[in-house]
Design a protein around this ligand. Sequence first.
Ligand SMILES: [Ca+2]
Ligand SMILES: [Ca+2]
Length: 422
Amino acid sequence: MPVVIARRRLAAVVTGLTVALVPPSVALTAAAGTPASGPPLPRAAAPALVAAAPLTVSQAIGSQDGQSATVRGYVVGQPTGTSTVVRSGFPNDYALAIADSASETSTSRMLYVQVPSAFRSSWGLQSNPSLMGRQLDVTGALSAYFSHPGMTSTTAFAFSGSSTSTSPTSTTSPTSATSTTAPAPTGTTSPYDSTYYASAIGKTGSALHTELHRIISSGATTLTYDQVWTALKDTDQDPNNPNDVIEVYSGRSIAKSDNGGGVDQWNREHVWAKSHGDFGTVNGPGTDVHHLRPEDVTVNSTRGNLDFDNGGSAVAQCTGCRSDGDSFEPRDAVKGDVARMIFYMAVRWDGGDGFADLEPDNLVGNGTAPYIGRISVLKAWNLQDPPDAFEKRRNQVIYDTWQHNRNPFIDHPEWVTAIYGS
Ligand SMILES: [Ca+2]
Ligand SMILES: [Ca+2]
């Protein structure tokens, strides 16, 4: 499987499609935030698409004229209704949703693709759930499906970059275009893939975990708990007010200077609760700003050391948050942020350094065990809330200025699945 990924990336570079694989948001982040001393950016700065390039999903959505076209996009789920796309538990093999980003969650940026009966055993999601995240080229008529921008009477399916594809006029089985090995997730690219992450690219499972642990631990600076105050005023600055920080769960903007232990002040929230592994606030996991965030003192106290899960009753001073006796649910806008902080901590802290080996599990009520749950919910949150500009800037600032290490799951959210499964 690693070899397949490496070849696919190489093929993309050779054919000049590297730029097309970089999501615009990633490119913008790199342009705005890469330090002069940092790793070089990819050289390809201008798109060099060949004339016969397939349409993007965005273009296909804007060209619902019934004409036949080939469209390239990532499989992001199965449409089951006009505004419903499921990502697991696929009911049948009848349809795919594709998008320009593998982490797309908005159905308005998806194209619904009909899978005719002859193609269902090879290209339907119930029979082939590992198609999720794969980039495909599909050919058919650009017309509504499920009362939504779509493709009907689809005549060809192929993995993007595949040397063989099913001809629109072919009557042979589409399996001839399919690799016999299990499809590997493709996902996003990062400006750091050829430098910081080079030795991790192509790995999966425990090998990826081990290599990312090595990468993000090597040369990382460990802050003191007092330095964390200063770091958070930088990493979590309100983009609309340089005098404020944004509280992670409540979303409130509050003066940087209003920090401390008083009611309605902000303090240092450990997203990986420090009792889960009992690491306290000595230099180490307890001072790792990748999971430390400003939060209102009262809300921080309500969260306490609860595991993360959906459900419960509303939390005072924290719109969209819920809590019950054994778990806490943050507002939707930071659900993915929380998940990626937890997965970062699990990979960064692996024992052997005087601290516990932190890992997520599928429980709540973990108490003081070095575990945080519920992993099935955290995985869903990672998909539901992809990395946004605030989270990406934060990762860059920590890398540039404070700890000189990155959260790999912000750069590559699909690595959550690559390590912990779907
Ligand atoms: Ca978010
Ligand atoms: Ca660990």
